[in-house]
Design a protein around this ligand. Structure first.
Ligand SMILES: [Zn+2]
Ligand SMILES: [Zn+2]
Length: 341
């Protein structure tokens, strides 16, 4: 089969690889669409200890089942040859404290498709049956492939808690920022400010109902403070993850505000802790999604409640390497690149 293989920093090659087979508890999926994730961009640059070359990346995908292992129906009786599915790419053990609590994304034994084992930038991928979800009737693999990033935003919005009639701030209008913006609005937030340096991305944020802040022109914190009569926002989401954006989220928060940390740009950074203490601002990390968040994401996509169109760009697998380069340099008005094997 054809597969896009990451061989070394900034080197991706389309080549023939052995076709995987479904183990007893797995299904074999012919990939329809597979999205490029921000975490894979840092992997591609070689900045990520999780990913070791040679590797087939790709963990945001949907496709058609072409083979079913003999034990797979015991996990998911609904899965048959010809079913369209999306796949939760985070394998979990099912037998530890986080797994018992339904927080399988925090399982210490977790393994990510496209990092610990071959991913979806290929014609075929074999996956544990317990991780596959049927697409709702009428949904194609183009939309199904968005379930994973939408799941991340569902988790962020879950941790944001009650945002009804509250003002919120999101820093970063990449896919997670754009999806979190829609989730907070879906949960009844009053105004959602969105700050982003890239003009094309900021425009997408505005088109999705955000109040655009261009940090090259105005000071993000001052703008938010002024627009909220000095109070600040109840919830801020950092979808970038630098010292500056983390600090800005704290400075833009109101008393008792909640800060959700999602962006992983910098491993560690200085935070204005005294300000957090004096205003009782809480900060909480948000990582991936629970299986319940993932299922909810699929539901929301099925209902048309959340979208990345009309800015999704589809490209053949052979152009994958070039798209990694473009997404690193200047993504422009592309919300998500979906590769088509
Ligand atoms: Zn991802
Ligand atoms: Zn576990």
């Amino acid at each position: 089969m054809k597969a896009l293989v990451w061989d070394a920093a900034r080197t991706m090659t389309l080549r023939d690889e052995a076709e995987p087979t479904a183990a007893a508890d797995e299904v074999l999926v012919r990939v329809g669409h597979a999205g490029i994730c921000g975490s894979e961009l840092s992997g591609y640059l070689g900045h990520n200890a999780l990913r070791i070359p040679p590797l087939i990346m790709g963990h945001e995908f949907a496709g058609e089942i072409v083979d079913v292992g003999p034990l797979a129906p015991a996990f998911r009786p609904v899965l048959t040859v010809g079913s369209l599915v999306t796949v939760n790419p985070l394998w979990y053990c099912g037998d530890c404290e986080p797994c018992y609590a339904g927080l399988n994304q925090l399982c210490p034994n977790r393994r990510l498709l496209g990092a610990h084992r071959p991913g979806a930038f290929a014609e075929f991928i074999s996956v544990p049956a317990k991780l596959a979800l049927l697409l709702p009737a009428g949904m194609d693999t183009r939309i199904g492939a968005l379930t994973e990033p939408v799941g991340c935003a569902v988790r962020i919005a879950e941790l944001a808690g009650d945002v009804a009639d509250a003002d919120c701030l999101i820093i970063g209008a990449g896919p997670i920022g754009l999806l979190s913006l829609q989730m907070l609005r879906h949960q009844g937030a009053a105004r959602v400010f969105i700050a982003e340096i890239d003009a094309a991305r900021l425009e997408m944020g505005a088109a999705l109902g955000g109040i655009a802040i261009q940090p090259r022109e105005v000071d993000t914190v001052e703008y938010v403070r002024e627009a909220t009569g000095g109070a600040g926002v109840a919830v801020s989401v950092d979808a970038v993850g630098t010292a500056l954006t983390r600090e800005q989220c704290v400075a833009a928060s109101k008393t008792s505000g909640r800060l959700i940390l999602s962006g992983l740009h910098e491993e560690s950074s200085v935070m204005p802790v005294a300000a957090m203490i004096r205003s009782e601002i809480s900060a909480r990390g948000s990582f991936a999604y629970s299986p319940a968040n993932f299922a909810r994401a699929l539901e929301l996509l099925g209902a048309g409640a959340i979208r990345l169109d009309p800015w999704i760009h589809e490209a053949p697998l052979a152009e994958g390497g070039a798209w990694f380069e473009r997404l690193i340099e200047a993504p422009g008005d592309v919300s998500k690149v979906l590769l088509r094997p």
